[in-house]
Design a protein around this ligand. Structure first.
Ligand code: BGC
Length: 491
């Protein structure tokens, strides 16, 4: 996620201010001081946040990475006996030591390591039924750090208290580039695994979001892979295959995958009018077939395919087409299976909007809120013979009707408010609604309002879009604060 914009500048600063640190080899700058606030710890080291970006906290000198793990640094040997994600290990006096490249004074020896400090997955978990039910939701440490940085910019104490509450709710982790996938997938799987004790299971929700030709009908979230054969191959081998390998390893914990927001909905409505969607079609279809085959056979993983939202596919003719497209896609991934569908990702459509009913105001859309949309989709998808029809609705930003004058407005809407909290089986009588969950992290922008930017989309310049807005995924403090103020139910 969202790391690139000041990377170079911060890295240059950090290089002056501190010695090299562990995060540079992972593509992240060093924090400017070894006293930086620790926001997150993983097996690579201690992470801080500066200027809205992750940075690695350098160890105070003189020391070495192995000391953090309770082992000394090697003083003379440079012979590598074992390598893991922490670094290279040697042995001195019958004990493990960390090889740093520069000898340091001998320190008290730590215990002999067994197999390193990472938790080891237990036996294979097989999900049965709703994956959100009966589990604890993992808290996304990156989001907690973003909110901490946001709180540091606030002076109003009631707003700060609301922001503090945001840190107690779970939201999804976006794997929106190959690099972010490498950085965040395993780290968070490991973090969730470490929290599983006894029979407690900890659920992590990831967004798989890197299709070739991504965001074909808009510009704001165009991705790194283009709609061509070689990028499609990279999607498979450098992205999907790597995710599969990690998921196979972390097999004792529940995982939900939110699949490729907006992609199939664009195939339902935008093939005729948008050449970029036509160019992407084969890669979207092939990509889905590939990933469903791979992830859809993993017993501890549940997938939900994105279905836009009420004011996208809610019309009768769109729903009819959608049933065809989605059943074809699901069949193409056989024997892999999907659990269901996810709606309203990164959108603002309210769960219920009793003022609206089919008529000129809704442009004759019979499904003018998320509830009515899912009721209709449930019927249509079941009649189309789709085997598993369950839903998740993104309620991170739909607590209040925003100021948009048209429900097609999707970019950084003013009047935004946090919606229902993440919860399994939230509505009685809708047994096909698995969960309300927060998928788009409130406070992360939908797209830049800078007209000269490559990914500038006109929607982000419209009257009801809040401005000035940073690039998609970057922190947008004003939007965050407004979302807190307007939360419904209140925070
Ligand atoms: C952006 C992604 C980002 C996600 C979550 C999307 O609009 O394109 O880069 O990770 O939102 O904020």
């Amino acid at each position: 996620m969202k790391t690139s914009f000041v990377l170079a500048a911060v890295a240059a600063l950090a290089a002056k201010a501190s010695a090299a640190c562990f995060s540079e080899r992972l593509g992240y700058p060093c924090c400017s001081s070894s006293d930086a606030k620790v926001e997150y710890v993983d097996s690579d080291g201690n992470w801080g946040v500066e200027n809205g970006n992750w940075c690695g906290i350098p160890d105070p000198e003189p020391t070495c990475w192995a000391e953090r793990l309770g082992y000394p640094c090697c003083t003379t040997t440079t012979t590598v006996e074992y390598t893991d994600s922490d670094g290279k290990w040697g042995v001195e006096n019958g004990n493990w030591c960390g090889i740093t490249g520069k000898p340091v004074p001998t320190k008290t020896q730590g215990p002999t390591p067994t197999s390193g400090s990472d938790p080891t997955p237990g036996s294979q978990l097989t999900l049965s039924g709703n994956p959100f039910s009966g589990v604890e939701f993992f808290l996304n440490p990156y989001y907690v750090a973003e909110v901490d940085a946001a709180i540091a910019q606030m002076s109003n104490s009631s707003l700060k208290a609301k922001a503090e509450k945001m840190k107690t709710f779970s939201n999804a982790i976006w794997l929106d580039t190959i690099k972010n996938m490498q950085q965040w997938l395993e780290t968070n799987l490991k973090g969730a695994l470490a929290q599983q004790t006894g029979s407690k299971k900890v659920l992590t929700v990831f967004v798989v979001y890197d299709l070739p030709g991504r965001d074909c009908h808009a510009l704001a979230s165009n991705g790194e892979l283009l709609a061509n054969a070689s990028d499609a191959q990279r999607y498979k081998t450098e992205y999907i295959d790597v995710i599969e390998e990690k998921l196979k390893y972390y097999k004792s914990q529940p995982v939900v995958l939110i699949i490729e927001p907006d992609s199939l909905a664009n195939l339902v409505t935008n093939l005729e009018n948008t050449p970029a969607c036509r160019d992407s079609e084969q890669y979207y279809l092939d990509g889905h077939a590939y990933l469903i085959k791979k992830f859809g056979v993993l017993p501890h993983v549940a997938m939900y395919l994105d279905i836009g939202h009420a004011f996208w596919l809610g019309w009768d003719d769109n729903r009819e087409k959608a049933a065809k497209v989605y059943s074809k896609v699901i069949n193409s991934g056989s024997p892999g299976e999907v659990r269901g569908f996810v709606s309203n990702v990164a959108n603002y459509t309210p769960w219920e909007d009793p003022e609206l009913s089919r008529g000129p105001d809704t442009e004759w859309n019979p499904c003018p809120d998320e509830k009515r949309y899912l009721e209709a989709m449930n019927k249509d998808f079941k009649s189309a013979g789709i085997k598993n029809v369950y839903f998740v609705d993104d309620t991170s930003r739909n607590g209040k009707k925003t100021d948009r004058t048209h429900p097609g407005e999707w970019c950084n809407q003013t009047g935004v408010g946090v919606g229902a909290r993440p919860k399994a089986n939230p509505i009685s009588g809708m047994d096909y609604l698995d969960a309300f969950y927060w998928i788009k992290p409130l406070g992360e922008s939908d797209g830049t309002s800078d007209e000269s930017a490559k990914r500038y989309d006109g929607y982000c310049g419209h009257a009801t879009a809040m401005k000035p807005a940073p690039e998609a995924g970057q922190w947008f403090q004003k939007h965050f604060e407004q979302g807190l103020e307007n939360a419904n139910p209140p925070l």
